[in-house]
Design a protein around this ligand. Structure first.
Ligand SMILES: NC(=O)c1ccc[n+]([C@@H]2O[C@H](COP(=O)([O-])OP(=O)(O)OC[C@H]3O[C@@H](n4cnc5c(N)ncnc54)[C@H](O)[C@@H]3O)[C@@H](O)[C@H]2O)c1
Length: 251
């Protein structure tokens, strides 16, 4: 199939919902073969069935190294290579500074920072012919959002990772960039943040008021930017952070 990702094998961690699922749809429409991971087999099965065609699901938790080893062994056996990695799995919660617990800190650093680090490290042997790695950051890497200091610090770590890894991977033909979304309503608003519909509406209205483009984004608007970073359209970019936030980080 023709497209910007024709002949490419792409992995999306946390690909069964939200931004990962939207990106899987875009990757498929650009001709890639797509592997998605998720922690819960049932949700993964639903997503694979929805995506259809060239999609493969592998259950796994990015904070468990044994799961990552199993994931990459599966990709090696099935495809023999990996061209694109969207390290998207992640989450975050609200905890004001005075209430931050060790559990909160350890949970999000374990998934967002440690998980991303080993997801990338263990992908490299499959990228011997080169590739493109996109980390899912957030505009909060540079913007203060009250009560989200742990989450924000994990996302700032990703922009730091990308800069260093771009240099570490000099000469390997592997690019590493970060996509940093602004406010985009996904299942995480209920599952991770515990918001109800009314609270989501209020959060989005507040975000829209402090966003130059005056609204929240859509998952597909993030997915299009990930396709750009994953494909040769961004062939001269590495170590960069691309904000897809309606300008919100600038205020
Ligand atoms: N939605 C937003 O407004 C927004 C903004 C900026 C950044 N992000 C980032 O986008 C990414 C995707 O979030 P989303 O909003 O689509 O939420 P989501 O809850 O719909 O998707 C998150 C996905 O990551 C998976 N995941 C979480 N922890 C995991 C783990 N340990 N191992 C494997 N998979 C795991 C979840 O199962 C889920 O599939 C996250 O990294 C998030 O921080 C989201």
């Amino acid at each position: 199939m023709a497209g910007k990702l024709a002949e490419k094998v792409a992995l999306i961690t946390g690909g069964s919902s939200g931004l990962g699922l939207a990106t899987a749809k875009r990757f498929l429409s650009e001709g890639a073969q797509v592997v998605i991971t998720g922690r819960r087999q049932a949700e993964l099965d639903v997503a694979v069935a929805e995506l259809g065609g060239n999609t493969f699901g592998v259950q796994g938790d990015v904070s468990k190294l044994t799961d990552l080893d199993r994931l990459y062994a599966t990709i090696r056996d099935k495809f023999g290579k990996l061209d694109v990695l969207f390290a998207n799995a992640g989450g975050g919660g609200f905890q004001p500074l005075g209430e931050i617990t060790e559990e909160h800190f350890d949970k999000y650093f374990s998934i967002n920072v440690r998980g991303t680090l080993f997801t990338v490290q263990k992908a490299l042997p499959l990228m011997a012919a080169g590739g493109s790695i996109v980390l899912n950051g957030s505009m909060v890497s540079i913007k203060g959002l009250p009560g989200f200091s742990v989450y924000s610090a994990t996302k700032a770590a990703l922009r730091s990772f990308a800069r260093t890894w771009a240099v570490d991977l000099k000469g390997k033909n592997i690019r590493v960039n970060v996509v940093s979304p602004g406010t985009v309503v996904t299942p995480a608003y209920k599952s991770e943040l515990g918001m109800n519909d009314e609270q989501i509406k209020g959060f989005v209205a507040q975000a829209a008021a402090t966003t130059p483009l005056g609204r929240a984004g859509t998952p597909d608007e993030i997915a299009k930017a990930v396709v750009f970073l994953a494909s040769d359209d961004s062939s001269y970019m590495t170590g960069a952070e691309l904000f897809v936030d309606g300008g919100a980080a600038q205020i």
